[in-house]
Write a protein that binds this ligand. Structure first.
Ligand code: SAH
Length: 261
């Protein structure tokens, strides 16, 4: 039978591999979850897939798990970044948790002109991504980057990475489905490649989604983003969404049209 408990471990996994437990992991497994010798725990490390491991030593302060068989191969999400401006703590936590569940490959908080929070706790946000992966059956954990400035990120933007720029100023205008199918009208962005022009299908390219802060984007930022060749300016419908709602909505649209759903 496969295990009910899933744990992320920072350790190589493979047949016969033994994994020493740290104190808090031992406390969780044996104290909280009441696991005993011979019990089974599912392990993943973001690289080697999921393994069923047996409890082969159990103590108050430590223990050992031994990998028996692989129960899932590593399943990589599509190459999609979620870039967002951090908002209030609980809502930022929500965005990271949902992005990990919904299959973001990387999560990048950025400071924009109207971002109010200047700092994030990267370690805490990373822990949220790990927890989300444990809970949703994922075998991959997206890396949460340190906060960086949006302008600096754009200075070094990778040439081939497409950008789904969720612009509240487009409210009710340009739909992502049209962009993904190459039907987008209007100019000023990579989205207006003329019909019939042969380009690599958008689905085979790396992508990023950009969500702004509660204050929205400044005119300067908007102008720069609109001028980017890789940018596809999209609307998320006729209502202005809060940033956390917008992140979930944008990921849903992207996954549905170009991703692995
Ligand atoms: N204060 C701004 C709204 C910001 S909403 C205003 O009133 O105009 C936060 C972010 O969510 C936006 O920057 C955008 O990235 C995204 N967003 C929210 N609703 C959207 C919509 N209808 N279309 C596109 N993006 C939207």
């Amino acid at each position: 039978m496969s295990a009910k408990i899933r744990l992320y471990v920072d350790h190589p996994l493979g047949a016969g591999q033994s994994i020493p437990l740290e104190k808090d992991q031992a406390h969780y497994l044996f104290g909280v979850m009441r696991q005993r010798l011979g019990g089974t725990v599912a392990l993943f490390n973001g690289v080697d897939g999921e393994w069923q491991a047996e409890v082969t030593e159990a103590g108050k302060r430590g223990g050992t798990l031994t990998c028996r068989e692989q129960s899932k191969p590593l399943q990589m999400p599509p190459d999609l970044w979620l870039i967002f401006a951090p908002i209030k703590k609980a809502r930022t936590d929500f965005i990271v948790e949902k992005a990990a569940e919904m299959g973001a490959a990387r999560i990048l908080p950025v400071g924009t002109e109207y971002t109010n929070s200047e700092r994030i706790r990267q370690d805490r946000l990373q822990a949220h991504a790990v927890e989300a992966a444990e809970q949703c059956g994922g075998t991959y954990v997206p890396e949460v980057s340190d906060l960086q400035k949006l302008s600096q990120m754009l200075d070094h933007w990778p040439a081939e990475r497409q950008l789904m720029f969720c612009d509240e100023a487009e409210v009710g205008q340009r739909l992502f489905l049209d962009v993904a199918q190459g039907n987008a009208l209007g100019g000023g962005t990579g989205a207006d490649r003329s019909a019939g022009e042969l380009v690599d299908p958008l689905s085979s390219q790396p992508w990023a989604i950009l969500i702004g802060p509660e204050g929205g984007f400044s005119d300067k930022e908007r102008k720069r983003l609109h001028a980017m060749e890789q940018a596809h300016v999209v609307s998320l419908g006729p209502r202005i969404l809060r940033a956390d709602t917008a992140a979930v909505a944008a990921m849903t649209l992207w996954q549905q049209t170009l991703g692995d759903w």
